[in-house]
Design a protein around this ligand. Structure first.
Ligand code: ZN
Length: 357
């Protein structure tokens, strides 16, 4: 059974979310129901089952969900890359990726992900999200390192065959699985991206499939990434020159409260806290997020804004010096003249010809 909003099938974007959900859960018929960590054999339904491998169970499943939709012709290769760019963006906006490894995120699910609070994005990373991104990078590297004789599909088919004979994945054993089924060593990538918090070189890995990936500053509250930068309207400042606060807000019953304060951003440095209710900015009443955004947009990078907030019912003045927008918004596009090898890899991966050849 899948729980999904009754009116969530239109517009197209919403329908794609449904496809993604259905695809994800179908993939679980193999990955996690049959292919599973040794720790899950047998499942013990009476207590928490702790494993380092949730990123394989959920992250790889999350990677295949949109890829399967692409290969089935339900989304275009271009749209697929836009969605992958959105995932890179979401990860780049999660400060916790620098302090919490994918392996730890898997192991801590019962005390972190299932018990999330307003600070979770600062202290933790989702093994769904980062697992999805890492799976994509592993797939491209397995292709390149095997001379395109093997892919992550080869590994998953091998695991499904193992499972038919009762095989399971031991803790920390994914590198062995890749070596056995794909004949390549990816231990260096697992050390960097799974066992520690090294920043993912997405541009480097995506270049292997004739792609150009880059990051730019966010252009607005609704900017989820996946698309190249737009040129600001005449007379408007460049996006990189627009101010950055490093906090997000929620609106409830005419009140605007701080939902999240990013570690290392201006809001955190100047003492704004999640839960603060913003009543005024720059001397004017704030009654919705749009109004607050409009006040902040009038302040320049390096300038000070005074926020009047209720913090646990006590009135406080918080002065924040606004910073520069970080390049946390990724997009991916076809490189202009890729080598024949890279173009062929793109075509085999995304079931579509490389647009640059
Ligand atoms: Zn799942």
């Amino acid at each position: 059974m899948l729980n999904y909003p009754r009116f969530g099938f239109r517009p197209r974007r919403a329908y794609e979310e449904f496809l993604d959900l259905a695809s994800h859960e179908l993939f679980h018929v193999w990955n996690v129901k049959r292919i599973r960590p040794t720790r899950f054999a047998p499942y013990d339904y009476t207590q928490e089952n702790v494993t380092d491998l949730l990123w394989v169970m959920e992250g790889i499943t999350d990677y295949y969900a949109p890829l399967v939709c692409r290969r089935a012709g339900l989304v275009s290769a271009e749209r697929y890359l836009e969605m992958l760019g959105e995932s890179l963006t979401q990860l780049a906006r999660t400060p916790g990726r620098a302090v919490h490894s994918l392996e730890e995120a898997s192991r801590d699910a019962w005390i972190r992900l299932y018990r999330a609070d307003e600070d979770t994005p600062n202290t933790s990373v989702s093994y769904y999200l980062k697992g999805h991104v890492v799976a994509a990078m592993l797939d491209l590297e397995i292709r390149a390192r095997s001379g395109d004789r093997a892919t992550l599909d080869t590994v998953m088919r091998g695991l499904a065959a193992d499972a038919r004979c009762g095989g399971t994945i031991p803790e920390g054993g994914f590198g062995d699985v890749v070596r056995r089924h794909a004949g390549v060593d990816v231990e260096d990538l697992l050390d960097a991206y799974v066992r520690s918090t090294v920043e993912i070189d997405a541009a480097g890995h995506l270049a292997l499939a004739g792609l150009h990936a880059a990051a730019r500053p966010r252009e607005g509250t609704d900017d989820r990434g996946g698309r190249p930068p737009t040129t600001p309207a005449a007379g408007e400042p460049a996006h990189a020159a627009r101010p950055h606060l490093g906090a997000s807000f929620r609106e409830e019953g005419g009140r605007v409260t701080v939902a999240f304060v990013a570690n290392g951003g201006p809001a955190e440095r100047h003492g704004l806290y999640a839960g603060d209710e913003i009543v005024a900015a720059c001397g004017y009443r704030v009654s919705d997020v749009r109004g607050l955004d409009a006040r902040l947009a009038e302040v320049g990078v390096g300038e000070r804004v005074t926020l009047v907030v209720f913090r646990r019912d006590r009135l406080e003045h918080v002065d924040v010096v606004l910073g520069r927008r970080p390049a946390d918004t990724w997009w991916i596009e076809a490189a202009r003249e890729p080598s024949a090898e890279r173009a062929a890899r793109y075509a085999a991966w995304l079931a579509a010809p490389h647009p640059g050849r």
